[in-house]
Design a protein around this ligand. Structure first.
Ligand code: AMP
Length: 122
């Protein structure tokens, strides 16, 4: 599967569509989800062009992988939802059709700020 240059997160990365930015560095951009499922719901995306987590793990450099995963905790701490300075949160990354992925650019959902509830609803 080829990376779609016109997916909505690619447009956000290029500055063509606005976002409510939470954090940015060389490796990631984090912004609020437009349709928050809980009090805190942000997305973390790599700056590189990766479709999903499997694509990322197969192609990304060690620095990109390190930068991406470390940023998650950094952002959670910034939002005071980390277990280090808050009450915890849930990380979700949907992959492909069965995973329910809608936007084909790797993203992790960070969801918290209140009880998130059961993991999977039938
Ligand atoms: P997924 O189903 O894992 O691909 O999730 C895609 C997420 O992107 C959903 O939670 C949407 O609410 C969110 N989303 C879609 N468009 C935007 C946007 N322009 N800015 C912020 N979040 C968005």
């Amino acid at each position: 599967m080829k990376y779609d240059e016109n997916n909505i997160f690619a447009k956000i990365l290029r500055g063509e569509i606005p976002c409510k930015k939470i954090y940015e560095d060389d490796y990631v951009l984090s912004f609020e989800d437009v349709n928050p499922q809980k009090k805190t719901h942000v997305l973390v995306i790599p700056k590189g062009k990766y479709i999903d987590l499997d694509d990322f793990n197969e192609k990304a450099s060690k620095d990109e992988i390190n930068g991406f995963f470390r940023a998650i905790t950094l952002i959670a701490k910034k939002l005071n939802i980390s277990n280090l300075n808050g009450n915890g949160y849930r990380v979700i990354s949907n992959i492909g059709e069965d995973g329910g992925q809608e936007v084909p650019h790797l993203h992790f959902h960070l969801i918290g700020g209140e009880k998130v509830g059961k993991m999977i609803q039938k």
